[in-house]
Design a protein around this ligand. Structure first.
Ligand code: C2O
Ligand code: CU
Ligand code: CU
Length: 456
């Protein structure tokens, strides 16, 4: 058999598929022979006009022909091989949020790679060790690039079939647009110094008040991804039969969704929802505000049962008894001191150090140096009045304690650290590299709340 295994994703002309599988039916490339032989996807970033406000165009930037970007899928343990082509007017990179991968593939400019210039391409090539819901986004001029739509879901399927017969992906994003669909400021200093500059128009899968169909009586796996720059959603689904199956990239023992789940920027939650009778609806809400709707539609299948819990990922268990403790204090630096022209203000610090996104050498001064293979406990202390979704690249960590709530320990890549909260997370420093450690409120990250952690 000979056929082209490449899929070309997106571009201005829309989705084009090369070779067999026109119609885009085959999600998986077949007959792969191993790493190092070209690529399986071509992913193009390019300008794309979208209609968020009826009758008006918004000049978005998109991965593939949609904003949020094309969903990428790969099976756990397989290689993801993407030729990324930059057709934007600006330089960029792709970071694969939550994936434990080699540093060269991590998409951090001047640490992992040089930025990809307009017209250039870069081959991302790595094996995905963990199943779960992840996402991808640039790590260059993030307020603007993510704000304009360069965010997309990356789904890693379990090696073996799970008990779920149905699945939906729900990407949350609020857009910084006015009533005519024109972009407004992605970051305003006054807001960056508080909870972050929020967009005005919320969408699910790029559609304001989007509707997602669920088969009536069936259990559907619903992966909800917060791909927003700044907003923490207080997710709730009044009246729904919904169970939590995974948090961020990792399975948890299934438990009821409960009242509000606080999903910070960059975070994900995987639910099982048992859809009500056909014709009924469930509101997906942020606090009291409806973001979108799940609508039950006729299904011929027998009523579904709750699947068993998902298999754990192969993340190393930290040795708490022998772990070294490290403190990380997250502070607000109130002074909006005047900075050099073109430099964002410095508003936030980790252990007294502010990251300067205009200084390419910051990563040369890691805030902590970890010894490869050793276990560590990070004591995260939020000394501010705002919450921060604290994210680490390259490794997953286990949340073990908080002074604000009862914690059922779980592995994650992002922990929403509440106002004045102190939390403890633990990890095995098993991935060598210089890894970004930052708040995922993008304006916070760009005004100081980032650091590098070295593992060697
Ligand atoms: Cu979504 Cu530096 O990460
Ligand atoms: Cu990340
Ligand atoms: Cu923050």
């Amino acid at each position: 058999m000979s056929f082209t295994r490449r899929q070309i994703l997106g571009g201005l002309a829309g989705l084009a598929v090369v070779g067999l599988g026109a119609g885009g039916a085959s999600r998986y490339w077949l007959g792969r022979t191993g790493p190092g032989e070209g690529h399986d996807y071509e992913l193009i970033a390019a300008p794309l006009d979208v209609e968020l406000v009826p009758g008006f165009k918004t000049p978005a930037w998109a991965f593939g022909a949609t904003a949020p970007g094309t969903e990428l899928r790969v099976r756990q343990g397989d290689w993801l091989r993407v030729r990324f082509i930059n057709r934007l007017p600006v330089e960029t990179t792709i970071h694969w949020h939550g994936i434990r991968l080699p540093l060269e593939m991590d998409g951090v400019p001047y640490v992992s790679q040089l930025p990809v210039k307009p017209g250039e391409y870069f081959d991302y090539n790595f094996r995905v060790p963990d199943a779960g819901s992840y996402w991808y986004h640039p790590h260059v001029s993030s307020s603007e690039e993510l704000g304009r739509g360069l965010v997309g879901p990356l789904i890693i399927e379990e090696r073996d079939p799970t008990g779920f017969a149905h699945e939906r992906v729900v990407s949350l994003k609020s857009w910084h647009v006015d009533e005519q669909g024109a972009f407004t400021d992605f970051s305003v200093t006054r807001e960056a110094a508080r909870e972050g500059t929020a967009g005005r128009l919320s969408t699910i899968n790029g559609v304001p008040q989007g509707v997602i169909q669920l088969p009536a009586g069936q259990v559907t796996r619903v992966r909800i991804l917060n791909l927003d720059n700044t907003v923490t959603y207080r997710l709730n689904l009044p009246g729904a039969e919904a169970m939590i199956y995974a948090l961020d990239g990792n399975p948890v023992k299934p438990r009821a969704l409960g009242k509000d789940y606080w999903l910070g920027p960059g975070m994900r939650i995987c639910l099982a929802i048992k859809a009500p009778a056909a014709g009924e609806e469930l509101a997906l809400r942020n606090g009291p505000v409806r973001l979108g709707t799940f609508r039950s539609v006729d299904s011929n299948d027998a009523p579904g049962e709750w699947p068993p819990e998902l298999p754990a990922n192969p993340v190393a268990e930290p040795d708490l008894a022998n772990a070294e403790k490290l403190n990380f204090n997250f502070e607000w630096v109130g002074s909006m001191s005047v900075t050099a022209k073109g430099k964002p203000p410095s508003l936030w610090q980790i252990n007294g150090q502010a990251w300067d996104i205009t200084d390419k050498t910051c990563a040369d001064r890691p805030i902590a140096k970890l010894e490869k293979g050793k276990s560590y406990i990070f004591e995260l202390k939020n000394m501010t009045q705002y919450q921060h979704p604290i994210h680490l690249h390259g490794m997953s960590f286990k949340v073990i304690a908080s002074n604000r709530k009862d914690v059922i320990p779980y592995f994650t890549d992002t922990y929403l650290l509440g106002r004045n909260e102190r939390a403890r997370v633990a990890l095995v420093a098993d991935n060598p590299g210089v890894w970004m450690f930052h708040c995922h409120v993008i304006d916070h990250m760009e005004t100081g709340l980032m650091a590098a952690i070295e593992v060697s």
